[in-house]
Design a protein around this ligand. Structure first.
Ligand SMILES: Nc1nc2c(ncn2[C@@H]2O[C@H](COP(=O)(O)OP(=O)(O)OP(=O)(O)O)[C@@H](O)[C@H]2O)c(=O)[nH]1
Length: 614
């Protein structure tokens, strides 16, 4: 079995580690606190009930600030470490790790200064504890938390809210199931009106973690005594009540020393007619031993829970840290490598969208299969090739000399005019695919888990990909428009050769030029042009998608970030670091997790070392 020293010492060390990490249970921490799992003893009582006196006599030293009003304004975590006899007593603050206090009045000043440091001179209170360790042969191993005295009225200079604030703070400590409550009540006050008992009853109705302490037994009116309370009949708790006689104000003024006061207290009980039979279970020394023993047994009982909490939390923290990712390397080479890896991760996802595995690629096909054919069908060739327009264009082309066999010029103009309509759908296809690709870039960035941490790099990839897509779009437009232009630069000769020759077909030699200008003639021209244009439309319906895929989709797949990679290669180290700037909230979270993980791991090591010594 682990010794008492090692068990309480273990908890002491873990508590100190908790405080260093800001895990002190006082505030509403977002992460589970180990502190809350550790047993501790909190001293609770109304103002002037004798809290400081009890603490000091347990320690056997004067070291707490005195004065009027609310003196204790931050929790004081007091860890007592028993040393071998003959060694000089000293105190140490966690916030001043290098300094050993042997003069205890300096300890008092430091508590005052350190309280003011956080709360200002405003006499506000703060839940962040001050940690004080006392190493002495005259103490037992014990951790006590001194809390501000419960009060009913604010003192001058202190805000009204302080009454409520103090209660809230004290409550936040004592309501934790692992908190042992040392409830101080002065004997010269009716126990029914005791603030500490009232609060203790609320948070610990069964009284299993409450120790009742009755102070000022020497100040009771003549003829009255506290036997009913001390023997547990007035107010029953699971643990026996302990009566205490501290130094009076007069003793303090006379600088009566602590060791002497302890002796006087012992004598008080030993010689008391009322309390003589309880003498061995009264007094501050007895209280210290009682608490220490109880604390030890509680720790022993809680140790398996604490260990499993620690193990569970370590697992959780490690999982979260994995999820958050490693922190970024510091040197430029490693950073460049990281950036390239992240870009590749993005690129992989982007490709999956295009090639299948993720949705998106099908939308591009939708452009070719639906939008483009629909747009081609809607082109206003009816209007362009109306009888009226055909006649107009053909006669304009003929000029003063009407065409003799077929209106060559007229055909050309009508065809050129019709072909120019194809530019619209060609450009629209390029644009439609451009927007789909842009959207897929955006989606892929969002879906790249590894990139989540790096908002700057996300923006940069988005911009670089955007620029690249813009270049591809330019190229796509040029190429598709060229396809259209190519159609007007050379007409398909065969088509026209295959057209039936009107003159021959008619077989009417009498047919003269006058006949050529009939409606039927123009209608035929119109319908010939119409079927030629239909043929072109069919061709473009097939070639525009090829051009779009060639210039945009294939390039996006192949070289979306090529340009960006070249830029990266030329970047200065600090620019690379900037790209890897993480979301500050995330960095903060990782740091918190890392520190907490260290705490829990060191706590686990501590516990392991204690288990070994069993
Ligand atoms: N005679 C006698 N006086 C006591 C006893 N306990 C405390 N006192 C006196 O009561 C006064 C208040 O005691 P403190 O120990 O300062 O009480 P406290 O609860 O810490 O007070 P605050 O920190 O102001 O809330 C001091 O003058 C003590 O000397 C006691 O058992 N007997």
């Amino acid at each position: 079995m682990a010794t008492m020293e090692s068990l309480i010492g273990l908890v002491n060390r873990i508590q100190r580690a908790c405080t260093v990490l800001g895990d002190h249970g006082g505030g509403g921490a977002a992460l589970p606190t180990l502190w809350e799992a550790l047993p501790s003893v909190a001293v609770v009582g109304g103002q002037s009930s004798g809290k400081s006196s009890v603490l000091e006599s347990i320690v056997g030293r004067d070291f707490l600030p005195r004065g009027s009003g609310i003196v204790t304004r931050r929790p004081l975590v007091l860890q007592l470490h028993k040393t071998e006899s003959g060694i000089q007593e000293y105190a140490e603050f966690l916030h001043l790790p290098k300094r050993r206090f042997t003069d205890f009045s300096m300890v008092r000043n430091e508590i005052q200064d350190e309280t003011d440091r956080l709360t200002g001179k405003s006499k506000q209170i703060s839940p962040i504890p001050i940690h004080l360790s006392i190493f002495s042969p005259n103490v037992v191993n014990l951790t006590l938390i001194d809390l501000p005295g419960l009060t009913k009225v604010a003192v001058e200079g202190q805000p009204e809210s302080i009454v409520h604030d103090i209660e809230t703070m004290v409550r936040s400590y004592v309501e934790k199931p692992n908190c042992i409550i040392l409830a101080i009540t002065p004997a010269n006050q009716d126990i029914a009106t005791s603030d500490s008992i009232k609060l203790a009853r609320e948070v610990d109705p069964s009284g299993e973690r409450t120790f009742g302490v009755l102070t000022k037994l020497d100040l009771m009116d003549k003829g009255t005594n506290a036997i009913e309370v001390l023997e547990g009949r007035s107010y029953r708790l699971q643990h026996p009540w302990v009566g205490i006689v501290n130094r009076s104000q007069a003793d303090i003024n006379k600088n009566v020393d602590m060791i002497f006061a302890r002796r006087k207290e012992r004598e008080f009980f030993a010689t008391s007619a009322e309390y003589g039979h309880l003498a061995s279970k009264m007094g501050s020394e007895y209280l210290a031993k009682l608490l220490s023993k109880h604390l030890e047994s509680v720790i022993r009982a809680r140790l398996p829970d604490i260990t499993s909490l620690i193990n569970k939390t370590i697992d959780e923290l490690e999982a979260e840290l994995n999820h958050l990712g490693r922190s970024v390397a510091a040197d430029a080479g490693a950073q460049l490598y990281t950036i390239l890896e992240l870009c590749r991760a993005f690129d992989r996802i982007f490709k999956e969208h295009l090639e299948g595995g993720r949705p998106g690629g099908a939308r591009i096909y939708g452009v070719f299969d639906n939008q483009l054919p629909a747009a081609l069908r809607k082109l206003p060739f009816d209007r362009h090739l109306s009888l009226q327009n055909v006649r107009k264009v053909v006669s304009e082309s003929d000029g003063y000399q009407p065409h003799l066999v077929a209106p060559e010029q007229g055909y050309r103009r009508l065809i050129d005019g019709a072909l120019s309509y194809f530019r619209g759908p060609a450009e629209a296809s390029v644009d439609a695919v451009h927007y789909i690709l842009k959207e897929l870039v955006r989606k892929s960035i969002g879906q790249t888990q590894e990139l989540k941490r790096f908002p700057s790099l996300q923006a940069e990839i988005q911009a670089a990909a955007g620029e690249a897509l813009e270049r591809f779009r330019e190229d796509g437009k040029k190429t598709t428009l060229r396809l259209v232009d190519m159609e007007s630069s050379f007409l398909t000769v065969d088509f026209f050769r295959r057209l039936p020759q009107e003159a021959e077909k008619g077989g009417n030699q009498a047919a003269n030029s006058a006949d050529r200008y009939t409606e039927g003639h123009y209608r035929r021209i119109g319908s010939n042009v119409f079927s030629y244009v239909g043929m072109i439309s069919e061709t473009l319906r097939n070639t525009i998608p090829k051009a779009v895929v060639h210039c945009q989709v294939r390039e996006a797949k192949r070289s979306l970030l090529d340009h960006f990679y070249t830029q990266l290669g030329k970047m200065e180290a600090n620019r690379l670091a900037q790209l890897l700037d993480e979301d500050p909230a995330l960095m903060e979270r990782r740091q918190q997790c890392t520190r907490r993980l260290e705490l829990y791991k060191s706590a686990r090591d501590e516990i392991d070392s204690v288990s070994w010594s069993r």
